[in-house]
Ligand binder design. Sequence first.
Ligand SMILES: NC(=O)c1ccc[n+]([C@@H]2O[C@H](COP(=O)([O-])OP(=O)(O)OC[C@H]3O[C@@H](n4cnc5c(N)ncnc54)[C@H](OP(=O)(O)O)[C@@H]3O)[C@@H](O)[C@H]2O)c1
Length: 542
Amino acid sequence: MSPTRAPVPPPPARTARQLREATSSARRRHRPDADLNPLRQGLRLERVPDPCSFVLFGATGDLAHRKVIPAIYQLWRTNLLPAEFSIVAVARRPYTDEAFGAEVRASVEANSRVQPVDEAAWAELAKRITYQQLDFGDDAGFDRLSERLDALDAERGTAGNRLFYLATQPSQVTEIVRQLGRVGLDHEMRGSGWRRVVVEKPFGRDYESARRLNHEVAKVFRESQVYRIDHYLGKETVRNLLVFRFGNGIFEPVWNRSYVDHVQITVAESLGVESRGAFYEETGASRDILQNHLLQLMTLVAMEPPSSFHADALRDQKLQVLRAIATPDVEHVRHDVVRGQYGSGWAQGAAAPGYREEPEVDPESETETYVAGRFTIEDWRWSGVPFYLRAGKRLPERTTEIAIQFKEVPLPLFRESTGDPAPNVLAMRIQPDEGIMLRFAAKVPGLGLDVRTVNMDFDYGTSFSVDSPDAYETLILDALLGDASLFTRADEVEAAWAVVTPIIEGWAAMPAPRFPNYAAGTWGPEAADELMERDGRRWRRI
Ligand SMILES: NC(=O)c1ccc[n+]([C@@H]2O[C@H](COP(=O)([O-])OP(=O)(O)OC[C@H]3O[C@@H](n4cnc5c(N)ncnc54)[C@H](OP(=O)(O)O)[C@@H]3O)[C@@H](O)[C@H]2O)c1
């Protein structure tokens, strides 16, 4: 960072008064006559980003087409973006603005969660999209980009505010950030507008590389300008977990080692690696899911109540959890962490190839497509409560769930009446069929005293008539608003890698298990069941 640059403080959490004032900014929305029904738009009615340019690096890639551009379209369609808005799409291939516009129109058609595409809204948005061919290594290209953004400020009134979204390979982040710094596109001089950079996961490959990457990014951008995405944090049910815990008084008293027996968190995918074999060979389940999604969910379950929902208040508490997770040593890795790789089997009623038979995968690959582990948090709230985390590909179902299993009653009065004794469980389904389920014992109607377990269910779909936004809509809007609470901070990312890196290194130093060790369409290797059985527990059947 240049020493002469005047630092711009991060935006404060909005007060009720500011939110009311923000309502008046609805006039700046791109369709002032559009439906502003608060039921349709929820709390977001109050929040309209400043005029800005959205610079999408990697605009021709898979993520840009499937997620980012459809999410922007959805925000635009629902009137949540300012009229003074422009998208500069950046990638290597040559395109005219018109050809690129036609291609993204087709992607929006294919990937938008609301169909059909609103032609009038799309036509307005399309006018604001321009394409710039640029190679990330090309200085002149970045000079042109900088000039174009200045020109857009004049043409479109985007006021010098710029969000740089890096939908690019992780290895390219350093170069893009360096180029942005070289041409001064990071500078937030007073009055010149804000500059923010959104970086996709994975952020680093291990503890050291994440530290190096943070260091490189910090040479150019201040931490308050950096938004690291873990899209799980934008999911509606994950955000609801915070409301569930801290918006209700009845759960917090039992949310601790006195009442909780253990916690299970599952991220199960039914698909294999599809067309991403080369990517997955370099990644595996521990880097792809454990380091980010699973540990993030664990922090939200385990964190202490924050003093506010200001980004740093929330992230400070999550960081405390990550730092309190017992760092796995060699013995822990050997006994408490299991890796697996799927072989051929059946998935959704069809024969499925094994991982080693997938395209772009080494026929002798030792990459894990499944990971399960037992983790503990060394603090007063959770000491002695195991957290069992698991993630895998080609499991029987696509499902993400957090299950809190409570301790049994001190004196089992109904032992003889209970056909199938089962402890209380609170299960939060993150996807699909988002909802919350509480399992408890109930008397079977009749003259006898039969006791069975029953489920009390809250289902998002039936309780609310509004559709949930896609996680990318939430996160992109938050980044445009300068709200970083759902993004991971540098120290958080490093603390998560500090948990996972010893596992990856431990595995590298040990002989690999005999892969494949579970069949496609099953719930993972036997060793994962044995891990639970050793503790007298078992994985939930989902
Ligand atoms: N895809 C997903 O579902 C997904 C999910 C979560 C996270 N992510 C993360 O998102 C990021 C992007 O993934 P992706 O799957 O979208 O990648 P991708 O399909 O390979 O797209 C890469 C993009 O980068 C551009 N590019 C590559 N090298 C370039 C260069 N030297 N100069 C200029 N542009 C260059 C490509 O442009 P050209 O096509 O013009 O070469 C393309 O637009 C990765 O970090 C990934 O881990 C992806």
